[in-house]
Design a protein around this ligand. Sequence first.
Ligand code: AHG
Ligand code: MN
Ligand code: MN
Ligand code: MN
Length: 330
Amino acid sequence: MEAAPSSEIITLTRHVLHDQMRLGAAATGDLTLLLTAIQVTSKFIATNVRKARLINLIGVAGDTNVSGDEQKKLDVLSNDIMVNSLRASGRTAVLVSEELEDAIIIEEKNRGRYCVVFDPLDGSSNIDAGVNIGTIFGIYKVLSDSKCSVEDVLRPGSEMVAAGYTMYGSSANLVLSTGSGVNGYTLDAALGEFILTHPDIQIPPRGKIYSFNEGNSISIKYPASGKPYSARYIGSMVADVHRTLLYGGIFGYPDDKKSKSGKLRLLYEAFPMAFLTEQASSTFKAGGIATTGTKRILDIVPKSIHERCSVFLGSKEDVQDLMKFYTPAK
Ligand code: AHG
Ligand code: MN
Ligand code: MN
Ligand code: MN
């Protein structure tokens, strides 16, 4: 006999509220309100991504951002959606976006206690082809002696209180960690709600997939076991990391002769994804690892808001195999 359709759904808001109630008096509700604002931005961006081809949202905006990327119309729109919503939430103090050269210091009347670093639209080279893209975010609480400046975000990723991403694919998936595991939610477009569909995501300790830009992968393609990996590289970090969290394996974007510090940005790409990778393995003793090759990513202290770093992340055993190539010669 077939199981009856479920009448019990857990929305992201309900789940986060439940988490907050567990914390009792220690929680003020500000983080829940901030996460509600972020959810709304993801729904708003998702609907624009869906309509992009129909409403002339495909193509370039005409400017270049501080990383040297040509900005697409969707990069600019997604950035504006996030800045407006985060400012209006009244819960933020400092905002850092890939698309803005300087940090935004929120004016006093709208100021809250959280800082959000974000990549409004990740994988923008994939927009025109309709391939998965996403939004990445990381959240810090302001320093106790905060002067409300970039100092509040020039801190190791291990100090983030939450991190996540939304992937705009065949469905919109929001994956979030507030520091006690990782949960995934799928947007039910009819309800307009993110529904818990992937509770307690765990990275398998060993995977079968490697995900590198081919030119940089020569030393890791053939592991000692002799079994070749399957290559999967989408070119949107959100989508490549999403698959890595669910299926296992290794994703990487190393430094090379041209890009001495790699390509991915530390604050709003590497940190949130490293945070999720480590959190997705909290009950697995053999957990996920996120490293530059020699150093835990979450331990890096950023010197500037757009700095870059090498990234390798995924299943523990696969990343450990890779790290052997980076051990300094004795
Ligand atoms: P963004 O679109 O936010 O600038 O990020 C692009 C990043 C990331 O999504 C992806 O992992 C990587 O660039 C792909 O780079 P290559 O095309 O060099 O492989
Ligand atoms: Mn870019
Ligand atoms: Mn990106
Ligand atoms: Mn981007």
